[in-house]
Design a protein around this ligand. Structure first.
Ligand code: UN1
Length: 513
């Protein structure tokens, strides 16, 4: 496969040539004002996009509604065929798109490619799904009656995505929404708008080659005000939002106030429990990748290690050694493990969190800090830190989107560790490292982890697309991606069909006229 230089990649994806403007379905619109995308890798402005105005938005929704008529009428497998072609385009463009992801938001190139791989995987899943979307047949209580349950398209699906997985989370939503017969309107993060433009360019080409309206996939750009246009719009039956708990509460309430549906995938405060019967070699890889991958900016990042007291010192030593081997720097350089965080606000949140942890009594085991000097000019490179802390600390209870890992001890049974793990408001991902079968099963039982994702001998991050992705409590309860998450993108219809010559009423009710 061809690999690209950065400049060439930007050109190939059509993000550098166009000077502002948002693709809103069938047209490129200039919008008003602009959002400039500044790379945290080198602090350079890459390009900018226009902000969607109320007028642009109106045209977008009309374009989407028009496209829905064509799209929802097509057989689902024919929609799957478009998704198949999109997946193939992504295979061809995995290198440049992964590079753009890495350059625009700072994750390592390996992870940038991994993110595009998730897009390809969900397309494959969507293609298979397009020949399924199974309903049920149900036995009727009445003679000569049959019952069934079918799934129909909903309409427009709005997608609000975050900077940390700027393209994969969109694709989880779109691949499913599209095969389900919906059209999509996407507001990418203002911190990574160019990956949005790149994806729009790719799908637009596929749609054009197939003589399909581009309004099947629409893009809007802007901050929360553009998000609000969507959450308040009753022409949009479903809003899928990924981001902070604060954002999710607003979106959830606005959509609920018009009785719309939402899928919320919000913050995590993911813990790994390390039993005294854990394989420490596996633990080390899982814990370090979980804590520093994507510079600690995954929803699934490992934020807490809950370690059995018998192996605490040994594991902490190993963690310190491993952290000392990490190379931090330009994520496009494959020898680096850790790139920058997204921007300077994020750096300042990272610094404040470390200060707060110390003030609450935390003990720094691996020192953090902002890197300076050659290669670090953007000011967004920080050192992954490890802090010994207690679960009840306010700062430990919060999700800080940065590479800070809190470690704590437990003693006695695994129940004690589970109580600590579950003792936070969030409930996204979780893991236990153990070779003890009883502990593992207990962890997965109803009395175990309270999270949407619970793993054994695997870290908290890096879920495959085949499972439903999302979590409980303040994580918002939504599920995206695999399993039967597609059902949230459709409306369920119960049909009762009478093939007899009389009309008996249900529940035996007599009504003669
Ligand atoms: C996210 O951080 O919003 O499980 C998504 C993972 C990735 C997806 C993370 N597959 O870490």
């Amino acid at each position: 496969k061809k690999t690209y230089g950065l400049a060439e990649a930007l050109k190939k994806l059509g993000v550098k040539d166009h000077n502002g403007g948002t693709s809103t379905g069938s047209n490129w619109m200039e919008g008003s004002g602009k959002i400039s995308s500044v790379s945290p890798v080198d602090g350079q402005e890459i390009a900018s996009v226009g902000v969607t105005t109320a007028e642009d938005y109106e045209k977008t929704i009309q374009t989407a509604e028009e496209a829905f008529k064509t799209w929802s009428n097509m057989p689902a497998p024919a929609r799957g065929e478009i998704v198949r072609q999109f997946g193939n385009r992504l295979r061809e463009l995995k290198d440049p798109l992964g590079r753009l992801v890495s350059y625009e938001m700072g994750k390592s190139l390996q992870e940038g490619w991994g993110e595009v791989q998730e897009m390809i995987d969900i397309c494959d899943f969507g293609v298979g799904l397009s020949r399924q979307l199974y309903g049920l047949t149900i036995k009727s209580e009445r003679p000569d009656h049959s019952m069934q349950e079918q799934w129909h398209p909903l309409g427009i699906t709005a997608i609000i995505s975050a900077f940390n997985f700027p393209v994969a989370v969109w694709s989880w939503n779109t691949a499913l929404a599209w095969v389900c017969g919906n059209v999509t309107v996407w507001k990418p993060s203002e911190k990574a708008p160019l990956t949005g433009v790149a994806c729009q360019n790719i799908i637009a080409e596929v749609l054009k080659e197939n003589d399909m309206p581009e309004g099947i996939s629409c893009l809007v750009n802007g901050d929360y005000k553009v998000g609000e246009m969507m959450t308040k719009d009753s022409r949009i039956p479903l809003v899928s939002a990924t981001g902070s708990i604060r954002m999710g509460k607003i979106v959830g309430q606005e959509v609920a106030s018009r009785l719309g549906k939402s899928i919320l995938e919000l913050g995590g405060n993911n813990a790994m429990i390390i039993s005294k019967e854990a394989d420490l070699k596996m633990t080390l890889i899982g814990a370090v990748f979980g804590a520093v991958g994507t510079a600690g900016q995954r929803c699934t990042s490992t934020r807490r290690l809950i370690i059995h007291e018998d192996i605490y010192d040994e594991l902490i030593d190993k963690m310190k050694n491993a952290y000392a081997q990490l190379s931090i720097g330009n994520p496009l350089d494959e020898k680096n493990h850790v790139g920058p965080v997204i921007d300077k606000d994020s750096v300042s949140n990272y610094l404040k969190a470390i200060e707060k942890a110390k003030a609450e009594g935390g003990k720094v085991l691996v020192e953090g800090g902002v890197l300076e000097g050659e290669g670090y000019e953007s000011g967004c490179y920080v050192k992954p830190a490890i802090i010994e802390a207690e679960n009840h600390f306010e700062i430990v209870q919060e999700e800080t989107f940065a590479p800070i890992l809190y470690v704590m001890k437990y003693s006695g049974d695994v129940e004690n560790a589970i109580a600590l793990q579950n003792g936070v408001k969030q409930g996204l991902s979780s893991a236990i490292m153990t070779n003890n079968m009883q502990e593992a099963h207990r962890y997965l039982s109803s009395k175990g982890s309270d999270c949407g994702i619970a793993n054994v001998n695997i870290g908290t991050s890096g879920a495959e697309i085949g499972g439903a992705f999302g979590g409980e409590k303040e994580t918002g309860g939504g599920r995206e991606s695999g399993s039967d998450a597609w059902k949230a993108y459709m409306r369920r219809q119960t049909n009762t069909l009478n093939y007899g010559n009389s009309l008996p009423l249900a529940q035996g009710i007599k009504f003669d006229i």
